[in-house]
Design a protein around this ligand. Sequence first.
Ligand code: C2E
Ligand code: MG
Ligand code: MG
Length: 663
Amino acid sequence: MSELKNSVIKKKHIWPSLLLFLIVMCICAGLILASAGVFCMYMMQSKLQQMNDTNKMIGQLVQSNVNGASQDEDGAYLQGVYETFGRSMCVMDDCGNILYQTSRSLPNLQNNLTVDLGNQYTFYEDVEKPVSKDDAFILPMDLIVSELFKPKAKGWSYDAWWSQPLYSLTVWSKYSLSIHYKLYIQNKLSICRQDLYYVCIFSVLAAIVMSVVLLIMFVNTVSVIVNQRKLRNMLYLDPVTGGKNWFHFQGHAGRNAVQAVRKNKQFAIVDIRMDKFESYSACYGAKSADELLKRFSGLLQVRTTRKECFARIAGAQFAMFLLVDSREQCQMRLRSLLAELSGIMQNQKITLATGVIMYEAPETKQRRVEIDIDLLHNYAITARKNAVADGNFPITFFTQDMLSDQLWERKVEDRMEDALSNKEFQVYLQPKYDPNTRRIIGAEALVRWISPEDGIISPGKFIPLFEENGFITKLDDYMLSEIARLQTQWSLEGKKTVPISVNISRIHFAKDNLAQHICNLVDDYGAKHDLIELEVTESAFFDDKETLIGTLNMLKSQGFEISMDDFGAGYSSLNSLKDLPLDVLKLDGEFFRGDFEKERGKIVVRQAISLARSLEMRVVAEGVEKEEQVAFLAKLNCDMIQGFYFAKPMPVAEFEQKLALEA
Ligand code: C2E
Ligand code: MG
Ligand code: MG
């Protein structure tokens, strides 16, 4: 997804729009010039055409009226035409002898010009006003401009001013009267003020049209650039801190990580997360929380170099890409950074956990280096989650073991539902013994996961995970149902039965109507309630005391026995004894480890049993492994002993045999 976004952004560069705008600008300028040129050509062509038409008309007139009969008549006729049309003329024979001429001016037959404006026009220059070929059609602009802005003379007329020639060229055209006689007509090719104005007006109009096109293009280009910026900001900026976000981080860190690897250097991906940010936000308000994040971001900005980067992921969680030479250097930099971050808000305690993964370039050089920043960041998160608070700010470096734990957890979560329906979870029973008679008087149901792939998995490995993901409630229900089924089966088969305790996780107590739910499960198999004991750990007591007491009272009223498991392993045990309606106290196995041989250990156990007696509770000693411990507990009238000394947890069939042997 992020790669897709990055590629979309990369494809949308600004320069194509700018380039397009520049190209269109050049095209427009060229078009203005070209259209002005075409317009000029059109004007010149129409002038020449008009001139040609008039010459043709004169030629035809002369041809039909001058016949050479009388020189005087012919000359008079030509003179008349000259006065009518205002054009000098002359008639010459093949040898260039002048037969008639209306004025002094004559064509220079040696010098002719040909103009090609779609049609070809041939002219002769005037002998008196010769035209140099170079400047024949190059307009003397200085002259024209000075004429254009010349102040108007006194008594000027508009028509004369408008059609006043600013520049004129005297040329002669030829008309063949017969095979031997040619008529030459003088023409004045002039550029008048009106022509120039027409050209100017046309050019201005063309420029206006082009400017409008350019303006539209310009507005479009600017809006593309602005939108591009907005899009970039939306995709790459964190709206809360104004710093860069994860998408930017991935791109920037990815590029610089590849560079570092190519240069055989190390880098670190870091995940920093503030503990209890939600509660900070709830206590100090959203504004203060935003301020905190901005300050975090500001400090990280200062503490990272141009090639390094950071981004806020969510809440108060930040990712960093650091170029470091060694693990020690990374640790040093992070220590000082964390110290600064923790003091960023005056009088407010901020605790941070940090996970790091160091990446070293592989020894064998690869042509194509590919680094998955996302994956590395996930490893940094895994490391952070493995952090153990040690009073300082924990900085945990990622190890492969963490990954295998994580993979294992993933696998368990993927498989647990199937495992339950495939009956991979099996009931094991650990007998509880009377210390005096040394006979079985009860048992505890303990779950074992018999996995086809991994063999027997002990509950210590998967119960904490099931408590985290909530699956423990299904497992407890299953165990309870199995025990209810077993009790009923034993009764029906007339076998000896003993009460069996089932562990009920504290997670279960969040459930509404738990007591009713347990009754239903047991009643489904018609098992007697007094043959089932429910073990609750004291940690359940800390969650919701009132609900727990209510549920336990209801269960007791239904005939179930309640025992407190692992007594002495947690806090506040005595307080929970005071309030909870308990029947049995299970002394934790830790009482019998280590210093039990010393007098102090024995005193504690003695006092705990005496306390339970005073509260009218029976006592089970768990984790008993030695004969002296059994003897000691028997002397104290401990009700039951559950431990490896007597028996380890065993499959149901084995337990049945053991029980049958005692009958
Ligand atoms: P727990 O309920 O306190 O169970 C007693 C644990 O102590 C069992 O470990 C048992 O095998 C072990 N144990 C008994 N005697 C000795 C001994 O002499 N020496 C030593 N070293 N250990 C002894 P297990 O079966 O591994 O179970 C561990 C914990 O997992 C249980 O502690 C219980 O909290 C939980 N658990 C087991 N099965 C279930 C279940 O079905 N539901 C729930 N919610 N929790 C369960
Ligand atoms: Mg237990
Ligand atoms: Mg226990």
